[in-house]
Design a protein around this ligand. Structure first.
Ligand code: ADP
Length: 416
């Protein structure tokens, strides 16, 4: 950062010096070569100066009144540049330009305390053009130096953007080479070391999940076997214990499938597909198992860009939840709204309070802490939905359904 600041300071400093020196030189050699009318005015100023030499002090005031183009003021009134003061004191006629580019001719009156001014004269048109040209050149010099300074930084930032895009898409292979002289070298180094740490954390997590699930599955299988042997002696207790074992197996499966999702976005198979068949397929499966009334309105031919396998899991999870938490009716709608395909699942359950609508997408988050066999998930279904939808650059919105329960809506852009 310090390097960046110092280099910016040097560039700005060098630009200001270049502009000052350059414009002064151009002004002297180009603009101050007095245009013809200014030369003529200088000749007039010389005559006035000579005339004033012959005028007595008491006639001075009346002479000036008769010459409205002359102005007299005490020379202390102006903060002169040293070279202007020297020239005035040596009896020279000097030219000065005000902010608007008007020229004045100035010389010292014979009493040595006042300065006489002839003018102002509007600058010749060509002088104004020259003035604008100088301004234009100054800004161009500044822009050029800034571009020279910005170019390497720009290239670095573009590379950094690519790196962060790679990171965001889940790729941790950062094989970019960067010069040590890059202004953001430290920043890139830190991002790369962060990515390496993330990569090692993720691989540790993968190993841990695999190891834990394997280590847990083996004793669970042994437990199931032992329970089967015990069943004839205490059938009721064994049945209850078997249920617990099955529950643990489901938990392990869900945890594994959630953990595997972390790595799945690197293998997304995005393609153009019609949403209706995906939904109808899952509706068929639900119709076979549910006792709820299904109200459907599915529009055909709504092609979207998605991974059909992952999107099927989203549809499945939303339908299963509606089935679990609804009372008697589930409404499923697929429609076209402008250039979007809109899919919604609603039920007549107890709904989700507004304050909990973000929380339910967190892993292991359940509103009803007392899990029972009917609704007994582990709070991973909506976390999976949210993750898959984030890979599709969209999200799921929860609001109240007209049926009385919750409504889950997701939108995907239609392929034109
Ligand atoms: P679970 O396996 O517990 O269903 P989910 O991640 O699918 O986990 O849902 C998280 C929580 O959100 C659920 O425990 C439930 O409290 C709430 N929820 C999800 N869907 C609905 C719904 N349709 N109606 C009411 N509550 C719901």
């Amino acid at each position: 950062m310090l390097r960046l600041l110092v280099s910016l300071y040097i560039v700005v400093f060098a630009s200001i010096i270049a502009i000052n020196l350059g414009s002064e030189t151009i002004w002297r050699n180009w603009v101050e070569q007095a245009p013809d009318d200014l030369r003529h005015a200088t000749a007039v100023a010389k005559q006035y100066k000579q005339a004033l030499n012959y005028i007595k002090e008491d006639e001075f005031a009346s002479f000036l009144t008769a010459q409205p183009q002359l102005t007299v003021f005490p020379y202390e009134d102006v903060a002169w540049l040293p070279e202007q003061l020297t020239a005035l004191r040596q009896g020279e006629i000097i030219t000065s330009f005000d902010d608007t580019g008007n020229a004045q001719l100035l010389f010292m009156a014979n009493n040595g305390t006042s300065v006489v001014q002839l003018g102002p004269f509007a600058p010749a048109k060509s002088a104004r053009v020259k003035q604008y040209t100088i301004k234009f050149l100054s800004y161009s010099v500044l822009a050029l130096l800034l571009v020279i300074w910005l170019r390497p930084l720009w290239i670095d930032l573009v590379q950094l953007k690519r790196t962060s895009e790679k990171l965001a898409s889940g790729s941790l292979d950062l094989t970019t080479t960067r010069s040590r002289f890059s202004a953001i070298y430290t920043l890139t180094q830190q991002i790369e070391s962060m990515a390496l740490k993330t990569a090692s954390l993720m691989s540790n997590q993968k190993q841990l999940v695999n190891a834990v699930s394997h280590e847990l599955r083996t004793p669970l299988a042994r437990l199931k076997f032992a329970l089967a042997m015990l069943a004839p002696k205490a059938p009721e207790q064994v049945a209850a214990m078997e249920e617990d074992v099955i529950e643990m197996e489901v938990l392990i499966d869900e945890m594994l499938s959630y953990a595997r999702l972390e790595f799945a976005n690197q293998q997304l198979h995005m393609q153009q597909c019609d949403l209706a068949p995906l939904i109808l397929d899952q509706l068929d499966k639900l119709a076979r198992t549910t006792n709820k009334q299904l109200i459907t309105s599915i529009a055909n031919e709504l092609p979207v860009h998605c991974d059909p396998h992952q999107l099927t899991r989203v549809i499945q999870n939303l339908l299963q939840n509606a089935d679990k938490y609804g009372q008697s009716t589930i409404r499923i709608t697929l429609s076209k709204q402008q250039n979007m395909a809109v899919f919604s699942v609603e039920d007549d359950g107890s709904g989700i309070p507004e304050s909990k609508r973000e929380q339910v997408f967190q892993p292991f988050s359940r509103l009803d802490k007392s899990r029972n066999k009917e609704t007994g998930g582990f709070g991973l279904g909506l976390a999976i939905v949210s993750k898959i939808l984030s890979w599709h650059s969209t999200s799921c919105l929860i609001d109240d359904s007209e049926l009385g329960g919750a409504r889950f809506t997701l939108r995907l852009p239609l392929v034109p």
